[in-house]
Structures are given as structure tokens and as C-alpha cells.
Design a protein around this ligand. Structure first.
Ligand code: FES
Length: 115
């Protein structure tokens, strides 16, 4: 059977940067780049980036949900998360990406506009 998806899960972490006093803020100013770097390295360490269920952790520019940042989205599920700490990243990696369990405490709903 033909493989349907190249990546089982594709994660886009916004690391967009704006001028410091911008009214919408930016994910980078909230530490997103450091968290994305950790997530990428940790996913590799956990063996999630190779093999049959290959997962990709990418940087992205603005996802237009700045008020909820730092924010990431996982496709093909289309699940969004607000995350702030290494513990949050660990929970997304081991819960959602490794075991297919949505991390409800970090989830951002499609119609949510504020934290
Ligand atoms: S700056 Fe991250 S969503 Fe806009």
C-alpha cells in the first residue's frame, strides 16, 4: 500500500520576531526559539524523527495566533498548543507525538483568542 504521509506528524513552532514594543508581541520574545531547539533535539533523542513514524519539528514564521504564544500546531491533526516550559515540550513529545494522546492542559481550541 502506498504511503499517504511523508511525516506521520509535522510540527510547526512559531519563532517569529517583531520589534520589542509591537502590540501583538511575538513568540520569539517569549522564548519560542529556545523551546523549539530543545524540542527538535529531544525528538531526535527519543527516536521520533526516523523510522516508520517519522516526525518533523520545524520552525515557522507568524501563525497569526500571536496572543496565544508561544504557539505551535501539529498536522495532520491540526492540534494547537500553547507552551512555555521544557516540561510542556516534554509532555507534547511523549503525550501527543509518542503516544497519540492530546495534552488537554496545553491545547488551544480553534476559536480561542486569548489565554
Ligand atoms: S508571532 Fe507567533 S503566532 Fe504570530
Amino acid at each position: 500500500m502506498e504511503k499517504q504521509l511523508y511525516y506521520t506528524s509535522h510540527v510547526f513552532c512559531c519563532v517569529n520576531e517583531r520589534v520589542p514594543d509591537h502590540e501583538r508581541g511575538s513568540c520569539k520574545a517569549l522564548g519560542a526559539e529556545k523551546l523549539q531547539n530543545y524540542m527538535k533535539a529531544r525528538a531526535k533523542e527519543l527516536g521520533l524523527t526516523e523510522g516508520e513514524s517519522k516526525i518533523r519539528i520545524n520552525k515557522s514564521l507568524c501563525l497569526d495566533r500571536c496572543e496565544l504564544g508561544p504557539i505551535l500546531v501539529i498536522y495532520p491533526e491540526g492540534v494547537w498548543y500553547h507552551y512555555e516550559t521544557i516540561t510542556d515540550v516534554e509532555e507534547i513529545l511523549t503525550g501527543h507525538l509518542q503516544n497519540g494522546r492530546i495534552v488537554e492542559r496545553l491545547r488551544v481550541s480553534p476559536d480561542q483568542e486569548a489565554l
